[in-house]
Design a protein around this ligand. Structure first.
Ligand code: NAD
Length: 360
């Protein structure tokens, strides 16, 4: 099975946007955790794209995932590809790797609020122990670059004067609330990174992604965009479990991966970059209406979650200040929300099961 045309076109877009900063000609080895997840699998497809179209010698990739929330079916087209080695393991446990490694991406985590609240300890472990295991590997190898995918959630619930939010904002985060297992462990993860850079010279960079979405997101992921599509596609009904007023700024996956690679290929060790899309800050209510319009004949309803902690510490607004990324790494997101949502819908139409396809 090959990747869909939609994902292949995303690879072309990513390559077009990074080729000027990409001095890489192949023959390197990557270690990518969370390789069966939404963002990790885009990295795999991008390296495969470069192996087939750009590099003189293929890159090799060591792919680590325990499939806690990811899915092997998303990457099954690479399972018999000799340039990819798949290791099914929990990165929170120490691991020994004999190969030389040039690049590390830590994309393993439990990133969907529904699941990190269900597995809070595993979330802390992968964000902190998993990261520390990788930093220890990085310390031993003569690494070129390492990327930690932190999160905009480290900002917690910023007050109005810190919207848009820049990297210098220190955050407003509860250390004991239901979201703290994710937010606080991402914060400690960043502290670990900065100090491995300062103390051991590990060439680590940190990205803080703001609500990335796109093809490859499982429809049962429970984050807001796939959740709204799930309701719209299967029930013709989107249920909002708040008053719909909190805002988010969504970033299409090809823009985000472009930003991540630009950061990785830069010399900004020990630096942090917001990666997102600042074009539109949209309320959750407006997002639901937009998805309803794209899928057609869908009703939007407001309801209350049976989980009394569902909205506890839910950030009211999210919007990135991208000045640093625009200036230093020439990051410039280009896919607007309407286009990105339509691409995701097209991908769902192409990949979802027969029951769904019979309806369209
Ligand atoms: N997608 C976003 O909007 C977004 C926003 C901010 C930050 N991030 C961060 O980016 C990274 C990737 O996010 P994503 O959206 O691809 O998430 P995802 O849930 O789709 O993928 C995470 C992957 O990590 C794997 N994993 C979890 N625990 C593991 C463990 N202990 N050992 C090995 N593998 C493990 C899961 O099985 C899954 O395949 C995460 O660190 C996430 O916190 C994502």
């Amino acid at each position: 099975m090959e990747i869909t045309d939609i994902i292949y076109k995303d690879m072309e877009m990513i390559y077009e946007s990074i080729k000027d900063c990409f001095i890489h000609t192949g023959g390197h080895t990557w270690l990518i955790t969370g390789s069966g997840g939404f963002i990790g699998s885009y990295f795999l497809d991008f390296i495969d794209y470069c192996n087939n179209n750009v590099f003189y010698e293929p890159d090799k990739v060591i792919c680590i995932d325990n499939y806690k929330t990811g899915s092997i079916s998303r990457i099954k087209h690479l399972l018999s590809n000799n340039n990819f080695q798949f290791i099914n393991t929990d990165i929170s446990k120490p691991i020994e790797l004999s190969q030389h490694i040039d690049y590390i991406v830590h994309a393993a985590s439990i990133a969907s609020p529904t699941y990190y609240r269900k597995y809070p300890i595993e979330t802390i472990e992968v964000n902190v122990w998993g990261l520390k295991n990788l930093l220890d590997i990085a310390k031993e190898k003569n690494l070129k670059s390492m990327l930690y995918l932190s999160s905009s959630e480290i900002y917690g619930n910023p007050d109005e004067e810190h919207i848009p939010t820049s990297e210098t904002y220190n955050g407003n985060v509860s250390c004991i609330g239901p979201r703290a297992c994710y937010d606080e462990s991402k914060r400690l993860g960043e502290t670990l990174c900065i100090n491995y850079w300062k103390q051991y010279g590990v060439p680590i960079k940190i990205a803080r992604p703001f609500n990335v979405y796109g093809p490859g997101m499982r429809i049962d992921d429970r984050r807001v965009i796939p959740d709204f599509f799930k309701g719209a596609i299967y029930n013709k009904r989107i249920e909002i479990l708040s008053d719909g007023s909190p805002t988010r700024s969504f970033c299409y996956i090809s823009d985000a991966v472009t930003g991540f690679i630009k950061i990785m290929m830069s010399d900004y060790n020990g630096e942090i970059f917001n990666i997102g899309n600042d074009e539109m800050e949209i309320t959750i209510g407006q997002l639901a209406e937009k998805i309803a319009e794209i899928v057609c004949d869908v009703t939007v309803i407001y309801n209350k979650s049976s989980d009394t902690e569902y909205l506890t510490d839910n950030p009211q607004r999210r919007c990135p200040d991208l000045k640093k990324a625009r200036t230093l790494i020439k990051y410039n997101p280009s896919v607007n929300l309407e286009t990105g949502l339509r691409r995701l819908f097209d991908w769902y139409k192409e990949t979802l099961d027969i029951e769904y396809n019979q309806r369209y």
